[in-house]
Design a protein around this ligand. Sequence first.
Ligand code: HEM
Length: 506
Amino acid sequence: MVFSAFLACALVTLITIHVLLVLGKNKRRCKTGGSLAPPPGPAGHPLLGNLLYFFGPLRHNPHRGLSSLAETYGPVLSLRLGLTRTIVVVSSPAAAHDALTKNDAALAARLVPDSVCALSYSATSMVFLPSSNKLWKQDRAIIGSRFSSARGLETIQPILERHAHKLMKHFRACYGRPVIVREAVNGTVLNIISNILFSKDVVDLQGPQTFKGLIAPVLEEWSKSNVADAFPLLAPLDHLLGSRRRISIHLAKLFRFFDREIIEERLANTDTSGKHNDVLDVLLARFAQSKLTRQQITTFLTDMFIAASDTSTVTVQRALAELLRHPEKMEKLRAELVARLGFNDFIKDTDLDELPYLQAVVKETLRLHPAVPLIPREVVADGVSLAGFPVPVGTGVVINLWAIERDEKAWPQPEEFVPERFLVGSPVHFQGTENFAYKPFGAGRRVCPGMDYTAHSVPLLLASLLHKMEWKLPEGMSPEDIDLSDRYGTVLDLATPLRAVPVSAA
Ligand code: HEM
């Protein structure tokens, strides 16, 4: 009781000091020049700005809430978070083009939420470092050589195929029983990444999933909004008692796993060091040359699992859910697989080029359900203008891919699942530099470094779920009953995990 009274007093005192400080700062700024008008946006509370939106219409599915706001205020709108932070939201292909090409360098930094500063994670994470940082450049080059270059992708191919086969066998062993599709797909995705990085499985598809237990709480905490972002003066309280404290605990466990069980073990086995031809060999070679610290290697591994695992998992799950919801599209895809693969038991990476409908299904899934629906950037140089609005240094810019990929001018019947739209007219690729109505991996110097790899991994995993295997819905359920509603977190997931029954193909 006494403790809560103390907390309440501390809170009020901190807010008051914070308000006074910021008001003073704003006053000084006005006297010395004043800023140009920001893009339009909803009127805000004098102190809280539009903060209450983040506890109301933007709380659960901000991509949808921001899209509705864009209908009222236009494709470039601004929101004020508390007293210190302005966020500009971009919701049209033309404004996204302005942000990601014309202003690429000025916008090549991330908005850094308070929660990722726990244990100094953001200070060495390639996801949050500005693109001018040396470590960011080094990390991106390492990922690029493995996940984008032709040679790197060639070394990944056998790992992908092996684990796609294992996934297929796993589901074959479950014939006739309802399964939560996400679970085995996620385990497989984690094992593919762990084998590319350090040549080891981290998940036993049949057994206890200890590694998932290390990663899931970090993702869960990071998906929550944090009061310290709007009121930085409240950060010390949060660090002591709130989400930052919880994240530090979970993150420390994950770091310890990578440091002790992966790095330490490899360093101890000096006879096998450098012989795995995996990413850890490259990282440890740089460590030996003092170009990377052990802590930076730990952060690199964390970045990779956080960025690569749930994104791919939710995309495979969504694609299967959409196909079950549209049985005629499922039939079309299965017919393509039978025609191409015939009696072959397993699918290979080299088959993918001959499966245009499969590719179209993946592209349409990423259009309708981008795994990362909002791209957070920050303005770090003068002269940025978005759709004619000046956007000053320090402003957060959020690119709403979810809204852009539903732009009616670019996508007729935007809410419908129509893979065929990717088979007519000039081909649309993830990598294209022209079409800003379709950028599920972002663009510019911070474009997703896993894009080329995903173009192989997601279709291969999806095909493995469909080749020589059929999926039925659990007893009493019809396609219309599949819940496709969203759960926004670190990625855009299904609110209700897909449950379905694998059965042998007729
Ligand atoms: C369905 C799969 C995926 C989707 C939809 C996706 C989407 C995205 C998007 C939209 C961004 C932000 C790009 C920007 O700011 O312009 C991003 C960043 C990133 N992605 Fe992916 N991603 C996927 C898979 C992967 C994989 C497999 C990896 C690792 C191999 C990966 C690693 C990263 C990293 C490290 C970043 C941060 C890059 C930076 O800030 O410099 N992603 N991703």
